[in-house]
Design a protein around this ligand. Structure first.
Ligand SMILES: [Zn+2]
Length: 424
């Protein structure tokens, strides 16, 4: 009698242990795909297949139990989610609006997530015409790729009041893009346009495919001390990090791919690594100039964190030939910074200065064939005490309107030491 009870208990117990619970589902939609993520209590034994008429994706899980209801509303790709379970088997059906290519994989725990099953539904997006033509066009605009960090599964850092970094930086990126587009000879390219994850590598590849002249990744990270605040600009370091904080930051940033849901890929082979390092050295020199210029421009409106400049091994900055920087717009873990990063006035001021710094960099180091290169051939004037804009304009035989336009000035105010570009 006792033995039977024991056996029964044992069976019940082992039954609960081996079953994987399906605890919930999240869906993220980007311009090229929809990603459905299922939270699991452990590893899963699953099979996925596609069916047509109507188009759908079926996921069968063995030794599984559904502990939450799965729903979806207003999705571009998934019309409906259906599920049923029987004898420790769960079937989930994703009814699609159109037939899509699916890809699925399991993820081990990362960040705040436990085990996950990821199902990517890829739309057949027509490959966009590369901008090689525009790059060789005379007097073309310089292209600034603006990357809002994190997104989708990866919230980034979470503020004291619960603000998600991914949302704050998307807003800042969009504001920055507006400021850049408003400048003559400059054009912005937003890398992440909504709430979905893009892996590090894809981010700079998109920038390169569009012929970007500069890549700027926008972040607002956290530190274990809430007191730490201020903005900083970072570039890649192929050796060590410039400080313990920079190292810590790069390590936490680099976890994004695991949290955002990326399967680890094969490492690059040796030859491509050598070529990669060579071209990256040149880009790194330009990255340094660009970052210094943005750093100098930001200094006038925001508190910088320490020196406000650092280097570390950030994966998102590893583009082999596009100068790249990462702007930490503040520490979201600091309640003061968190508030500021959500304040439209502060964001306006901050993005204006970042855009200004980017513009100054391009005037110092203009890419060939660009409108800015044509302007930068003109002379420069360093403002001395007593100078007025009208005097400078007449001395160099240019109109006041022209000098204001290329220097992006809305008023006639000057600062001693300010560099003015003189139109040709
Ligand atoms: Zn970040």
């Amino acid at each position: 009698m006792k033995k039977t009870v024991f056996t029964l208990l044992f069976l019940l117990f082992s039954g609960t242990v081996s079953a994987t619970n399906i605890e919930g589902m999240r869906v993220w939609t980007g311009p090229e795909h929809t990603r459905a993520v299922f939270d699991l209590s452990g590893d899963a034994d699953y099979k996925l297949f596609e069916l047509q008429n109507p188009p759908r994706v079926v996921i069968d899980l063995n030794d599984a139990k559904l502990t939450s209801s799965l729903t979806i509303k207003n999705n571009k790709d998934i019309k409906k989610v259906r599920f049923n379970s029987e004898n420790d088997k769960v079937r989930i059906v994703l009814d699609l609006h159109d037939s899509l290519k699916s890809k699925s994989f399991l993820l081990k725990p990362a960040g705040k997530y436990g085990h996950r099953l990821v199902v990517d539904l890829n739309r057949d997006v027509k490959p966009q015409a590369k901008t090689v033509e525009t790059v060789t066009q005379p007097n073309r605009d310089v292209i600034v790729a603006i990357d809002a960090g994190h997104g989708g599964e990866d919230p980034g850092a979470i503020g004291a009041a619960g603000t998600y970094e991914k949302n704050v930086v998307l807003n800042i990126a969009k504001e920055l893009a507006k400021k850049i587009d408003a400048k003559p000879g400059m054009k912005a390219l937003i890398i992440r346009t909504g709430d979905y994850y893009i892996k590090h590598r894809k981010r700079f590849e998109k920038a390169r495919d569009h012929g970007a002249d500069l890549f700027v990744s926008i972040h607002a990270d956290a530190f274990h001390s809430r007191k730490v605040n201020g903005a900083s600009v970072y570039i890649l370091s192929q050796r060590g990090a410039s400080s313990e904080a920079a190292k810590w930051l790069a390590e936490s940033e680099n976890k994004s791919d695991q949290i955002g849901g990326v399967v680890i890929e094969d490492k690059q082979d040796m030859l491509s690594k050598v070529l990669y390092d060579l071209s990256q050295n040149a880009a790194l020199e330009e990255s340094h100039k660009a970052a210094k210029s943005v750093h100098a421009s930001m200094k006038s409106v925001v508190k910088l964190h320490g020196q406000g400049f650092g280097q570390a091994n950030f994966l998102v900055l590893k583009s082999p030939d596009v100068p790249s920087m990462l702007v930490e717009t503040g520490y979201i873990s600091n309640p003061g910074d968190e508030k500021k990063l959500k304040d439209p006035k502060h964001v306006d001021k901050l993005t204006r200065q970042i855009a200004e710094g980017i513009r100054n960099y391009f005037y110092q180091s203009p890419p060939p064939n660009t409108w800015i290169a044509a302007q930068a051939k003109g002379k420069k004037h360093i403002v001395q005490s007593g100078d007025t804009l009208t005097d400078i304009a007449s001395k160099h035989g240019v109109t006041l309107a022209a000098i204001k336009s290329i220097n992006n000035k809305t008023t006639n105010k000057l600062m001693v030491g300010e560099v003015l570009y003189l139109p040709n």
